[in-house]
Design a protein around this ligand. Sequence first.
Ligand SMILES: NC(=O)C1=CN([C@@H]2O[C@H](COP(=O)(O)OP(=O)(O)OC[C@H]3O[C@@H](n4cnc5c(N)ncnc54)[C@H](O)[C@@H]3O)[C@@H](O)[C@H]2O)C=CC1
Ligand SMILES: CC(C)CC(=O)C(=O)O
Ligand SMILES: [Mg+2]
Length: 365
Amino acid sequence: MTDRQQRNIAVLPGDGIGHEIMAEAARVLEWVNKDHDLGLVLQHALVGGSAIDAHGSALPAETFAICEQADAILLGAVGGPKWDKLPPAERPEKAGLLEIRKRLDLFGNLRPAILYPQLADASSLKPEIVAGLDILIVRELTGGIYFGQPRGIRVLENGEREGYNTYVYNESQIRRIAKVAFELAQKRGGRLCSVDKANVLEVTMLWREVMDEMAKDYPDVELSHMYVDNAAMQLVRAPKQFDVVVTGNMFGDILSDAAAMLTGSIGMLPSASLDVNGRGMYEPCHGSAPDIAGQNKANPLATILSVAMMLRYSLNEPAAAQRIEDAVSTVLDQGFRTADIYSDGSTMVGTIEMGDAVLAALAAA
Ligand SMILES: NC(=O)C1=CN([C@@H]2O[C@H](COP(=O)(O)OP(=O)(O)OC[C@H]3O[C@@H](n4cnc5c(N)ncnc54)[C@H](O)[C@@H]3O)[C@@H](O)[C@H]2O)C=CC1
Ligand SMILES: CC(C)CC(=O)C(=O)O
Ligand SMILES: [Mg+2]
C-alpha cells in the first residue's frame, strides 16, 4: 500500500434487488480498489425502506452524514410495496432518494444508453435500428415537477379530492443543466437535442428560450428541439439520430427507461448524478424490482457500470473504470446472461454468478 490519500465511498444498497446488485458491485469495487491501489474506504449505510424499518426514517442523519462526507456515493435502489402506503413525504423514494439528490444538489443526471454489440439480440428493436447505439440522456434531477411547490392532495368544496403538483424551473436551473449538456455534447458528437413540451407548457417555453440563448456560447454544438411525445416515438423509431439529449426531471426519467430497452434491458443502464463540482452519486437507472427481489435474478451490470462511471467522473481513475467496462464486455463475449438479457445459445446466470464472472474477467485481464 502506498501513501495515497484515503477516499471515502458511501455504499447504500437500499431495498429489494438493491441488496443483491450492490453486493456484486461492492465486490467489483473492492477488487479494483486493491488491484489499482485506489485508497478507497467503503462505508455502508441504510437508505429507503430498510432505513425506515431500522431507524424510522428513509434517510437517517447518520446515513446523510456519511453521504455528505463521502467523495462519492454508490446507491442501489429504494422503495417497494411494504412502504407504498406511507404518507407521500415519508416514502423511501421521496424521503430517501429525492432527499439525498436535493440536499447534495445533484442536479446533473447522466444516463448513457449504449448497446453492447453482444446484446443486439436482447434489444426489443431490430439489430439494424440499434447497432452502434450510443446516446447520452442528460436529465435535470433536482427541479421540475418532482420538487415543485405547491403539491399535495386537497379536498374541494364539493367534497371531491384533487391531486396537484407544480412544474417549475427558473432560468438559473435551466442554464446550469444546459451548460452540462452543451459541454458533454462538445466532447461527443457535437449534437444536442433539447426535449420539452413547449407547445403547451410555459415552463418549457422558457426552457427552450434559455437553451437557444445558451447555444450562442457553443457554436460548435448543433442544438435542436423536440417535443417529448415525438422524442418518445423517435427513440424507438430511429434512436441513432440522437447524440446528447437534455431534458427536465420527469421527461428524462421516462425517456431513459425507454432508452434502456434499446440496450437490451434496464439492468444495463448506469447513471451519474453530479453537483457543480463533479461530486456525485452513482446508481443504476432501474428501481428495486420487487417482482424479482431475493431470487438471485437481478442483473447487476448497471450497478457495476455505475461503479465505472464513479471511478471516471468523481475519482479521476479512468484506468480502473476502463478495466471494469472491459470486464463487462468480456463476460458478454463469454455468453453469460442474466434472465433479462438472455437469448438462445447464451448461458443463463444469476446475480451472484454474473458478479463472479466479472471478477474472473478482471483477474484474467
Ligand atoms: N432509483 C430508484 O431507487 C428507483 C426506485 N423505484 C422504485 O422501485 C420499485 C419498483 O418500481 P418499478 O416501476 O417496478 O421499476 P423497476 O425498475 O424496479 O422494475 C421494472 C421492471 O424491470 C425489471 N428490472 C429492474 N431492474 C432490473 C435488473 N437489474 N435486472 C433485471 N430486471 C430488472 C423488474 O423486474 C421489473 O419487471 C418502486 O417502489 C419504485 O418506486 C423505481 C425506479 C427507480
Ligand atoms: C423515485 C424515482 C423518481 C426514481 C426514478 O425513477 C429515477 O430516478 O429514475
Ligand atoms: Mg426512473
